[in-house]
Structures are given as structure tokens and as C-alpha cells.
Design a protein around this ligand. Structure first.
Ligand code: ZN
Length: 455
């Protein structure tokens, strides 16, 4: 107990100090310090939670889904501790828990809702012993960050197998890699999946990276493709098929990046979130909240009032143009945001931003897996931006898209945008993480955006 209190104090002091000196924003450093003093600090802190924890992993959608689950719990008066987007390694989760700990060293909250990087999930499950674990999807992220999908899936499977029978595991039946994890667990998981072939496509995009059967290696046959490699599939050798979902979303209506509507459990839910990928996030949050004991009618009602995570999709007016900012950080994510912008939002003007800093992934070869060809006949203005704008320009050239000259300076991106578009135009700004931060910083400097992105 003394050790725990010492770890909490040291961690909190480090957080204050790093905020004062503006080093690291105070996000994860307190976690490092506290864990050095007491390696079991995260377990000890999460044991203080009056109800328990939910951990959420997946390549795409974890921030939005974690916010949805938090929103649902807070709506019934629960005190929730959650980590900030980007701080989703074990140190970031520890730092979040520390931030809500009192002077007595005890964590003062009812629930922990933590978004966790796929590779860190096994450690998080072991230390947190969550009441619910949600796996959204497993797409190939930046090439240099993790090992192969298969090895991560195996580690997640092992971690989930060790949970007690009372712990809930909530899995995406539409993702072949996630399905393989669930089919091997000792206790059956809660499966969720989309069920509306009208919004599906027939073909896998280039970026689909789990097109083979995890059992025999044959090419899977898809009856419907929703997002990336997520859809309705089976193996022609009859050894692997999509598990039947326990919770489904039907009658899906998509309205660009503006909103979506879907029916879950017989109830119509409308949300101020756009894109088919967000249908998965809403459905996953719904299933997770049900597994935590929330009432289905309450969940549907509360979801309607959710506000989109700031910056994941943000609208900014800039000199009479409407900028729609959407984070697009890997092939599957980029394919979906481009598709939503082109097919559902009728987008014709684009800024595509690519950086190669640590948070973006230093290897940018993944852009060759993005179907920029979707822009070919519809895009009027395409500006390649970011410190790797030149790589993007080459990629766009191969997609036969007449793009503007690449711009590495955010100020010049905005100047060119003004020159090439008119007042009243809408511009879709699709960027990797730090490329988005850079552009936003320039918009803030010019007085067109609020300085706070992730709040
Ligand atoms: Zn097979």
C-alpha cells in the first residue's frame, strides 16, 4: 500500500512537472515513473474502481467507440476514467488511472474505459482484468509498428483465453482475423456484425489484408464486403465461416460524414456520425454497453445525443470554404474516408496529408495500398500535403489523378486551397495524425480554428 501511494505521488508529481515544463504534455510520462516504482500499479489502481473496466482495441475506431461507451456510462451517473487518444499504450493507460487517483493513492471512479493499442492488449488484459474486452477489427496498420496480424491475433487470443468465465468478450464477427480469435476461446464471446447488403460492395479493396482463410490459407469467398476485409465470408474448403452475430445492425442509412441511422434490436438509432465504419463503432459500443448491464432502450436513446469526437471528423469554416477534417491513418481507414467523401458526400475538393513522424508510422509505403483511383473521375482539386507530400504526388500520378504540386508547408497548403477553390466550396481534408495536427495548428494561427483538438 505504501509502495502504491508512493508510485501515485511520484507519477502525479511527474505529470505536473512535465506539464509545467511543457515536455511531453504530461500524457504518458507519469505512467512510466509510477510503473518504475510499482510495476503492479495499474492492477492496484483499477482494483479501486467500484464497477470495473472495459478495454477496447482494434486498428480503427477505438477512440470513437471508447467515447461512445464512456458517454453511455456517464449518462447513468457513473464516474468514468479514460485515457486520451494517442496515449493508448500501457503507460498512457497507467497515466490516465493516476490522474484520477486521490492523495490517499486510491483511484476515485466507478468505471475505467480504456482504448488500447492491439499489440498492448494482452498486457492490458492481464493487468486490468476487464469486465468487458472489445476487439473492433484487425487491419494492417503502419507497416513498421507491429509484427504480422497473425502473431498479434494469436497473442490476443491467448490473453482472452485466460480471462475468467464471468468476463465478457465482445467481438466483430465480420472480421476474419477477429472471428478466428473468438472461435478458439473456451467461453463463447458476444458477436456483432452488420446485416444490410445494400450498403456492401462485392469486391475487396486493395488494402484488404485478411483475405485468406486463417485455417487452411485458401482465399475466402465474400458475399458482402462492408469495410476493408470486414464482411460476410466463408472458406470454400468449409473449415471456416463468419460466426452468426448475436447483435446486428440492419436498415443502414448513410448521409455522408453528417449522420447515419441504423436499427439495432428493433430500435431505430440516428447518430451525428458519418461513414459505414462508424456503424461498426456504434454497434460495438451498443454490444459492449449491453454486456456491462446497461438497458437497451436507454442505450438507443442516449446514443442519439452523442457528439462526435473532436478532430476525428471536424468542420471548420475557412475563408468561406467548409473544411471537413477526417483523420485517415492507414490503408483501411483511408479507403473508407475517401469512399465516404466521394460516394456519400459528393466531395470534389481534397487535401490529402501524409507525414512520416513516429505517430504516423515512419514507413509510408502503405499509401500504395490505398485506392486513390476512387478519386479519378470525381476529384476537381487534389492537394498532396505533409512532409511526405512528394510520395503522395507520385502515388496520385500512378492513379492518373491530375493533382496540384505537392506542398510540405501547411501555410502554402491553405494558400493554394484558397487559390484553387471558391467561397461556398466544401473541401475534404484527409490526413494522417501529425499531418492533421500541423494543418490545424496553421488554421489556429490564422484564427480559423479552436486550439483544442483532443478534448
Ligand atoms: Zn479454409
Amino acid at each position: 500500500m505504501i509502495r502504491k501511494t508512493a508510485a501515485v505521488w511520484a507519477g502525479k508529481a511527474t505529470g505536473t512537472l512535465s506539464r509545467v515544463t511543457k515536455r511531453g504534455g504530461g500524457t504518458t510520462l507519469p505512467g512510466d515513473v509510477a510503473r518504475a516504482i510499482d510495476p503492479k500499479i495499474l492492477t492496484r489502481l483499477t482494483e479501486d474502481l467500484t464497477e470495473g473496466s472495459a478495454v477496447i482495441t482494434g486498428t480503427n475506431g477505438k477512440t470513437t467507440t471508447a467515447r461512445l461507451v464512456t458517454w453511455l456510462l456517464e449518462g447513468v451517473g457513473q464516474r468514468v476514467v479514460s485515457n486520451r487518444a494517442g496515449a493508448n499504450l500501457i503507460f498512457g493507460v497507467t497515466a490516465a488511472a493516476l490522474s484520477k487517483a486521490g492523495a490517499d493513492g486510491r483511484l476515485k471512479a466507478d468505471w475505467g474505459v480504456f482504448e488500447i493499442d492491439e499489440a498492448s492488449l494482452p498486457k492490458a488484459v492481464l493487468e486490468i482484468q476487464p469486465k468487458a474486452t472489445l476487439v473492433l477489427n484487425l487491419f494492417r496498420d503502419q507497416l513498421d509498428r507491429y509484427g504480422e496480424l497473425e502473431s498479434i491475433a494469436k497473442k490476443i487470443e491467448k490473453a482472452l483465453s485466460g480471462l475468467p468465465a464471468a468476463a465478457h468478450v465482445v467481438l466483430n464477427a465480420d472480421d476474419p482475423r477477429v472471428a478466428e480469435i473468438g472461435l478458439s476461446l473456451p467461453n463463447p464471446p458476444l458477436w456483432f456484425g452488420l446485416d444490410d447488403t445494400r450498403v456492401a460492395s462485392k469486391e475487396l479493396p486493395h488494402a484488404a489484408d485478411a483475405r485468406t482463410c486463417p485455417r487452411c490459407g485458401s482465399s475466402l469467398v465474400f458475399d458482402a464486403v462492408y469495410v476493408g476485409h470486414d464482411g460476410v465470408y466463408n472458406c470454400p474448403n468449409h473449415d471456416f465461416t463468419r460466426p452468426a452475430p448475436d447483435v446486428t445492425a440492419t436498415d443502414i442509412t448513410l448521409n455522408g460524414f453528417e449522420s447515419l441511422a441504423l436499427t439495432i434490436g428493433g430500435t431505430r438509432i440516428e447518430m451525428p456520425l458519418g461513414g459505414l465504419y462508424n456503424c461498426y463503432n456504434v454497434l460495438a459500443a451498443y454490444a459492449t454497453a449491453c454486456s456491462l448491464g446497461l438497458d437497451a432502450a436507454y442505450i438507443a436513446e442516449r446514443l442519439r445525443t452523442f457528439k462526435a469526437a473532436f478532430g476525428r471528423q471536424e468542420r471548420i469554416e475557412f475563408r468561406g470554404r467548409e473544411l471537413i477534417l477526417v483523420l485517415s491513418k492507414n490503408p483501411a481507414g483511408f479507403n473508407e474516408t475517401v469512399r465516404t467523401a466521394v460516394e456519400l458526400a459528393g466531395g470534389t475538393n481534397f487535401v490529402l496529408g501524409l507525414n512520416d513522424r513516429k505517430a504516423d508510422g515512419t514507413d509510408v509505403s502503405w499509401i500504395w495500398d490505398v485506392d486513390f483511383e476512387q478519386l479519378k473521375d470525381t476529384a476537381r482539386v487534389v492537394i498532396p500535403a505533409g512532409n511526405r507530400a512528394h510520395d503522395l504526388a507520385v502515388r496520385l500520378k500512378y492513379a492518373v489523378i491530375g493533382a496540384e504540386p505537392p506542398q510540405t508547408d501547411p501555410g502554402k497548403v491553405l494558400d493554394l486551397l484558397v487559390k484553387r477553390t471558391s467561397e461556398g466550396d466544401t473541401v475534404h481534408v484527409l490526413c494522417t495524425y501529425t499531418a492533421m495536427l500541423d494543418l490545424r495548428a496553421e488554421l489556429v494561427r490564422r484564427g480559423w480554428a479552436h486550439p483544442y483538438w483532443e478534448t
